[in-house]
Design a binder for this molecule. Structure first.
Ligand code: DGJ
Length: 749
């Protein structure tokens, strides 16, 4: 495993191996082109030699200068430049000092190191010397005087490769005599070429309260492209694309997933060329991007993770889950059962005070809930969403006695305390705005576009980052606060920074994102015991970048379990269940108006961090009485849900009737199966379910979880893993009526 390099015909051949995949590219002698050869199922050494023998285009220039353009337009560049005959989309373009756009990328040197260097200022996966090997290819664009370093980190135990790029202005370009900047107008993070296949793409799309819904399409000629220009990864599209065999399914076929470890504007696309090759690229969106790179300066593009699966979509998801659980999330809570929280947002919205919160806390404690989270509305004069963001002063008209008093009282009841903040924002109606209108992102002379009546702080400015951190720090230190929900409720518009000047506005989007990262890095460093949950108007910034700072992210404002089936299925395409914020809500659901059984709401929330978002003093008694059983259910199964392997068994999105997923422990001794019968079918008394991921030779005992007993029923049956997987079981239950659910637990005997 790891990385090998071999001299061939005046060039070099690089082979990157993970346990089940190989990634191969070569350099060509004359021009130093870096050309992709293969990505897919692992090849033996012989495979490597065979590939090296292929000497015809597209792996090598034809030598026919007269038709160089033809070569350029079909060559599988590892990092395609701009404007020199490759008419497909490029990864890298500039405006040079002379005003030219063209770029080229030629190999100059390389080194292989153990481990994985950090990406300064950026979130990134990590691995020590035993877990990762990194290849650094140094390439040059001599005319522009640029050095381009391509990084490839290979994980020893996960089928994943992390790629990122650094661009350095060497000051040696033909137009660098006056020592001024090159302007980078595009610097993507990865490009991979595929040959000879018939492919589909999977992307995740959505809207507020409907995030990350899976979308599979057959890839035709031209481009399948998804983007964000909203200053965050967004509800609407997601920094992820998978390319997969047209006939691949959940359990079979080649699947390549690409996930961007970044939280700002992105582009991800698959482009099918005239020669049927497919170029997949991903990186920072070039729209409104222009980075000034002075002589001696470097620009670092964030990393893209590519995961290969030869066993369908399911294995791709499990690989991402393992990678992100073990090599991205850093929090001390990542391997722990999180406290069951109750959040007051949908319980009270802005209408709460100390007494109401204490009443909720007392009732919650009796039922087994472990933490109270006070949401939006506790500061400034905020009784609705029109004001006070930026004025992080406790509103003592509501929180009588102050924050510390409230927290102490809640602690005395026996609950931890958590708080909501939206540090990146500023309301025009706030003392902060009145003092520093120039701290808001806006364009002089233009009326700024409001969203939720608020503006965004210019976090490209170090003094704004410092001030903002100071506010968060002061609140967290003022009382015994165990948890912070960091919200971000609007997307960026009116891209204008009072600091960046005429030449610098094209840096604002990225600098904003770097500012968010700076803030959160300081936060997790200064408060290592804080449980941080990121959030953005629901799940608009549920991305790998934010997971680097918080072990959990609020998945969606939509807690209706039927919508959540789709949202959580799409989210779990990439992200581990341990990271998905999920709560039991009241009914009729505030987003969809749907009424569902309380038990079902619990089963669906169990597939995430698990908590409550309702007024526990006012919900129907029967629902309240069920909470201790749900709490017991969480304590019984959360270790398995958090750490196990996730399998999609049936998707309501596809069959429009029922949904089923399964979590199997790593040692295959235990499995939890959740069945949600969304739309009941007449006369359907049981469901035949073929399980996955079990050990065929182990014998398992099957039990159902019984809400009335707050425990499992007696054993139903004992069956071998092969029978459970290949023949399946009839999962019986109360399937009369819609939205009924069932939990099945298998334990090896
Ligand atoms: C959006 C979040 O997703 C909600 O949970 C809640 O915190 C509101 N913001 C508060 O404004």
């Amino acid at each position: 495993m790891g990385i090998t390099c071999k001299d061939i015909d005046g060039g070099k051949l690089f082979k990157l191996d993970t346990p089940n995949s190989s990634y191969i590219f070569r350099t060509a002698d004359n021009d130093g082109f870096i050309l992709h050869m293969y990505y897919g199922k692992r090849l033996s050494g012989t495979g490597l030699d065979d590939l090296a023998r292929i000497k015809e285009p597209p792996f090598l220039p034809s030598g026919n200068e007269r038709e160089r353009c033809s070569f350029m337009d079909c060559a599988p560049f590892e990092y395609p430049g701009h404007g020199l005959g490759d008419y497909r989309d490029d990864a890298f373009s500039v405006i040079s000092n002379d005003g030219y756009f063209a770029t080229s990328v030629s190999y100059s040197d390389h080194r292989i190191i153990q481990g994985k260097p950090r990406l300064e200022g950026l979130p990134a996966t990590f691995g020590n010397e035993d877990e990762c090997t990194t290849l650094e290819i140094t390439a040059v664009d001599a005319i522009n005087g640029l050095e381009i370093i391509l990084y490839y980190s290979v994980f020893e135990n996960v089928d994943a490769i992390a790629r990122s790029v650094k661009i350095r202005n060497m000051g040696t370009g033909s137009a660098e005599k006056d020592n001024s900047s090159i302007r980078i107008t595009k610097a993507l993070s990865t490009c991979v070429e595929f040959y000879g296949g018939d492919y589909d793409t999977i992307t995740l799309h959505g809207s507020w309260a409907r995030e990350r819904i899976m979308d599979r399409e057959h890839l035709g000629y031209g481009k399948r492209s998804i983007t964000s220009v909203r200053g965050e990864s967004s509800h609407q599209e997601h920094p992820f694309i998978a390319l997969l065999d047209h006939d691949a399914n959940e359990d079979h076929g080649n699947v390549y997933g690409f996930s961007f470890v970044y939280s700002g504007n992105f582009t991800a696309q698959a482009e099918k060329s005239q020669f049927d090759s497919v170029r997949v690229m991903m990186g920072i969106n070039p729209v409104d991007f222009c980075w000034n790179l002075k002589v001696g300066e470097e620009f670092r593009a964030p990393e893209v993770i590519s995961v290969y699966s030869d066993e369908g979509i399911g294995k791709m998801s499990r690989t991402f889950h393992d990678l992100y659980r073990n090599h991205l999330i850093r929090s001390k809570y990542k391997d722990c059962k999180r406290p069951i929280l109750i959040n007051n947002w949908e319980a009270t919205y802005f209408d709460f005070n100390t007494d109401k919160l204490i009443a909720i806390a007392k009732q919650a404690k009796e039922l087994g809930i472990e933490m109270l989270v006070m949401d939006d509305g506790w500061f400034g004069h905020r009784n609705d969403d029109s004001n006070s963001l930026g004025d992080w002063i406790v509103n003592e008209d509501k929180i009588k006695g102050g924050l510390k008093y409230l927290v102490d009282e809640v602690n005395k009841i026996g609950l931890k305390f958590g708080i909501w903040m939206e540090p990146e924002m500023i309301s025009p109606d706030s003392d902060l705005y009145r003092a520093h209108p120039d701290w808001a992102i806006q364009i002089p002379g233009r009326k700024p576009t409001l969203s939720r009546a608020q503006l965004v702080l210019d976090l490209s400015r170090p003094e704004v980052v410092d001030y903002t951190f100071g506010q968060v720090e002061r609140i967290l230190k003022s009382a015994n606060i165990a948890y912070l929900k960091w919200d971000m409720n609007r997307q960026l518009t009116d891209i204008g920074s009072a600091m960046l000047g005429k030449e610098g506005q094209g840096e604002l989007f990225h600098r904003y994102c770097l500012g968010v990262y700076k803030l959160q890095e300081r936060l997790v460093t200064e408060f290592p015991d804080l449980l941080l949950e990121n959030c953005s108007g629901g799940g608009a910034r549920f991305d790998p970048g934010m997971l680097y700072y918080s072990p959990q992210i609020w998945t969606s404002d939509d807690m209706d379990p039927v919508m959540r089936l789709q949202i959580q299925q799409g989210t779990a395409l990439i992200y581990p269940l341990s990271s998905m914020g999920a709560h039991v809500c009241d009914c009729p659901n505030h987003s969809t108006g749907r009424t569902t059984p309380f038990a079902t709401r619990g089963y669906v929330a169990l597939a995430g961090t698990f908590g409550y978002e309702l007024d526990v003093t006012r919900i129907p008694e029967a629902d309240r009485n069920m909470i201790p059983a749900q709490v017991a259910m969480y304590h019984k199964y959360n270790d398995l849900v958090r750490t196990g392997d996730y399998y999609r068994v049936a998707s309501y999105l596809e069959n429009h009737e029922w949904d089923c997923w399964e979590v199997v422990s790593k040692d295959k001794k235990e499995a939890l199966i959740t069945i949600i019968n969304v739309i009941g079918r007449v006369n359907m008394k049981s469901r035949r379910v073929k399980l996955k991921g079990l050990d065929p030779s182990k014998t398992y005992s099957l039990r159902y979880y019984n809400m009335d007993k707050a425990d499992e029923d007696e054993e139903i049956i004992r069956l071998k893993g092969d029978a459970l997987m290949y023949a399946g079981i009839n999962a019986t239950g109360d399937y009369h009526g819609d939205f009924k659910g069932r939990l099945l637990h298998l334990v090896e005997i």
